[in-house]
Design a protein around this ligand. Structure first.
Ligand SMILES: C[S@@+](CC[C@H](N)C(=O)[O-])C[C@H]1O[C@@H](n2cnc3c(N)ncnc32)[C@H](O)[C@@H]1O
Length: 235
């Protein structure tokens, strides 16, 4: 953040400290797309689902290596890729340069420190990033996103979100941690770290937070007891 950013009170959450798996680690960043299984066809399908047109103002919040941001820029949108991790942003900027994408800018910031002009954005995409904040701060972040979006603007949120009954948590968490290392590029230890040190929450909490922030949840897809998508419109 620059010198004009007002100082935070001592009680404010510090979103620039990596929680859980260190996603700002240089080796992690280089390998991330491969491990995450980033797929440009899937990004193009999401662009179509969200109805993004050339010239739209799009933010990829918690962009990581910017798989979505780069695809949206190739589509002609005016894209800002935002992340707290400097190494992630360097990767995105290099890829944008290599592809001649002058309509993509990077911004080091986070859900809480991003200070967009009100109603200035058409679409915000946020995938597998909001779980880095504890629940109280998730609500503040969603309020910030809602404020940034123009009325009728779109938020697409995807994350590790729990929809199993709380009483069955051990069964569902163990089943997930046993299955995912074979199905993804991430290790058992990384899934264990996610559950222990990061802040995935229940679907009913996140759904309520979205509504309280001023969103209508148009589509709500629970892919598995541990994953959910929310396609939302700013009221
Ligand atoms: C698991 S990665 C997901 C990256 C990308 N969205 C994707 O789907 O591949 C999570 C990203 O969120 C970023 N992040 C963590 N805390 C954040 C915050 N408070 N604000 C914005 N981004 C954050 C991390 O640095 C990391 O790049």
């Amino acid at each position: 953040m620059d010198n004009t950013t007002p100082p935070r009170p001592a009680w404010h959450y510090n979103e620039f400290v990596q929680t859980g798996v260190d996603l700002d680690d240089a080796d992690m960043v280089e390998d991330y797309d491969h491990r995450q299984g980033s797929d440009s066809e899937e990004e193009n399908r999401l662009i179509a689902t969200l109805g993004i047109a050339a010239g739209d103002t799009v933010v990829d919040l918690g962009c990581g290596t910017g798989s979505f941001a780069l695809a949206a820029a190739r589509h002609g949108a005016r894209v800002t890729a935002i992340d707290v991790a400097a190494n992630m942003l360097r990767y995105v900027a290099r890829a944008a340069d290599a592809n001649g994408l002058t309509n993509l800018q990077t911004l080091q910031g986070g859900f809480l420190s991003w200070q967009p002009a009100a109603a200035s954005i058409d679409v915000v995409v946020c995938r597998f990033a909001l779980h880095h904040l504890p629940d109280f701060w998730k609500q503040i972040a969603l309020n910030n996103i809602a404020n940034a979006l123009a009325p009728g603007g779109t938020l697409f949120l995807r994350d590790v979100v729990f929809s199993f009954p709380a009483a069955e948590y051990e069964t569902h968490i163990n089943a997930w941690i046993d299955a995912m290392p074979q199905r993804s590029g991430f290790s058992r230890e990384e899934f264990e770290t996610h559950v222990r040190d990061e802040y995935s929450t229940f679907d009913w909490i996140l759904h309520g937070m979205l509504q309280r922030a001023g969103f209508t949840v148009r589509e709500h897809n629970i892919h598995a007891p541990q994953y959910a998508d929310y396609l939302c419109s700013r009221r």
